[in-house]
Structures are given as C-alpha cells and as structure tokens.
Design a protein. Structure first.
Length: 317
C-alpha cells in the first residue's frame, strides 16, 4: 500500500499528483510489457489495465463515515490515483448555520483514508483557498439552485459550486490531461444535479460519478450531521427513510399517479419531535414535477429533528 500524502496547498497537491500519476503510468506500462513478454498480443491486454492513468477525486468536508468510505472505494476501484479533499467550506453556510460547530475530526479522517488506500489528501486552510477573503467572483447556481435547498438556504449552492469548481480545476491541473473522475453521494441529489450541470455548462474536463446513498441497518441515510442527534432524535428521524420507502412501494406497484403524497406528508408531520420542511416528487434532472418525458421520479425530502436538519431521497418510479 502506498504512503498517504497530505497536501495543504494547490501547488503541493499538483506536484504530488503529477508524481503519483507518473508512477501509475509506469506500472501500467510495465504490466503491458509483462503480458507481451508472456506471449500475449496487444488485443489480449485487458482494458482494466489502461496505459493512461486515471485520477479519482472525492470532495468532502471531513467527519468521514461509511458513506464517504463507499465513495472512496468506488474511486479506488475505478482509478489509478485517488485524491480526497477535506475542506469545511464557509461559503456554503449561511448566517446562524452550523459552520463553527460542524464536526471536524482530521486525525480520525486520515486514519480512515490510510486504511482504504488513498494516495493524496488535500487539506487546505480557508485562507489557502480564499487568499483574499471571500471571493468577489462566484459560480451562480441559477434557477436550479433556487429550488428546495436553495430557497431554504440562499446562496448555499453558489458556495458549493464555487468551491467544487476550484477543487476540480486544481485537481485537473495536477492530473495534466489524464482522465479525471469526481465522486459525489446521491444523498445530496440537488447538489449532484447542479455539479453535473456546471461541469457540462463550463466544459470542465471531468466526469461526475454519482454514488448511491449508504444507509445504516435501520435505514437512516448516513450523514456527518447524524452526530448531532440524540438517541431519541435518531429514532424519531427514521420516519423519513421509512416514509420514502413506502412511497417507493406505491410507485412501483401503482405508478406515479398512484402515489399518495399528502398521506406521506402527514405521516412525517405527526411524528413526535419531527418537523417537515418539504416532501415532493421531482424529475431529478430538472427538480421540477415529473412529465411524460421524465426518465425517473425522485421523492425528495428534508426534515428537522431537534436542531438538526436532515435530507434524504429515493427513486419512486
């Protein structure tokens, strides 16, 4: 297993990434030469051992859990070099939100990453990514960024896209033209859609790979904010995933028209200690109501349990 390198500046990340990519290229070339020496033809070389090294990036805010580990393992399976960024981005937190108390566990995070076989960790300070203070120019999330989470947290997605754009560009510079993939959890479905749209609109040289939600055995979607929940609040929060599962059963058995969304909202609203923010069914590409042309329908929800706000979603058609 290779040594985990911690980079704290873009320059350090690019230098170390270029070195790791070069090492991966050499290993891939050596593997091809060994197969040729064994009498295999060019056509016999398996496509899983590419001559061009690939890079996988997993952007995180730290406080890593099994959901993050799943993203990282997917990146490890699909790429020669894996980079994980850990940065609690102040731009995506509004006034009165939990930026200051957001869980930060750097030592535990690094230990987890060593065990998974990550090559590089990008661990910058705020002043490193935003050396002049808050940036004067930001990515604007547009109409899609004003819906749901965007309407509840004005400016949130502008902050998310601004830092993701920066992380993608820094990593792409270090990858020096080698294929780059970035991995995002589907729990934040609106964020995934916005990142995919930004990459397409800005023609960024990266492939976005959404990864399915990881859940605890009781169904609760894994989230760093679950650490805020008391035992009683955690039990109360289960109404969210269970309600989404019922909607999925209705959708699969009766179709979209047979889903009783009002009953589902009432189920959550009547749960002790739980406040429903929204529960809607949307087309996951537009976040508007599904149409006949929609390929999927997604139940999208947010609740508050005590002081903790939780998101979840599930395909229903």
């Amino acid at each position: 297993m290779t040594e985990l390198i911690v980079a704290r500046t873009p320059e350090e990340l690019c230098a170390h990434l270029a070195q790791r990519v070069g090492q991966a290229e050499a290993r891939n070339l050596a593997a091809v030469e060994q197969r040729r020496a064994a009498g295999q033809t060019e056509e016999d070389v398996a496509p899983e051992a590419p001559r061009v090294a690939t890079v996988g990036l997993v952007p995180t805010m730290g406080a890593l859990h099994e959901g993050h580990a799943t993203l990282i393992r997917r990146a490890r399976e699909q790429n020669d070099v894996v980079v994980v960024s850990i940065f609690v981005n102040p731009l995506q937190f509004g006034p009165g939100e939990d930026y200051d108390r957001y869980p930060r566990t750097p030592e535990a995070d690094l230990e987890l990453l060593r065990g998974i076989g990550v090559d590089l960790v990008f661990l910058p300070e705020v002043q490193t990514l935003y050396p002049g203070g808050e940036p004067l120019v930001r990515v604007t999330s547009g109409r899609l960024g004003e819906l749901f989470e965007g309407s509840r947290r004005p400016g949130h997605f502008d902050g998310v896209l601004t830092v993701v754009n920066k992380l993608l560009n820094i990593t792409a510079a270090g990858a020096s033209g080698h294929p780059l993939r970035a991995y995002f959890g589907q729990k934040d479905a609106q964020q995934v859609a916005l990142v995919q749209r930004m990459v397409a609109d800005f023609a960024l040289p990266v492939t976005i790979v959404p990864v399915a939600i990881v859940r605890d055995d009781d169904g609760l979607a894994l989230s760093s904010r679950n650490a805020y929940l008391s035992a009683e609040e955690r039990t109360a929060a289960l109404v969210l995933s269970r309600t989404l599962a019922l909607l999925r059963e209705e959708g699969l058995s009766r179709g979209y028209a047979g889903i009783d969304l009002d009953a589902a909202r009432q189920r959550i609203e009547h749960a002790d200690g739980v406040e429903l923010d929204y529960l809607e069914i949307v087309d996951p590409e537009t976040f508007e109501p599904p149409t006949e042309d929609s390929r999927r329908a997604l139940a999208l929800a947010a609740i508050r349990v005590g002081a903790t706000r939780l998101l979840d979603n599930m395909d229903v058609v």
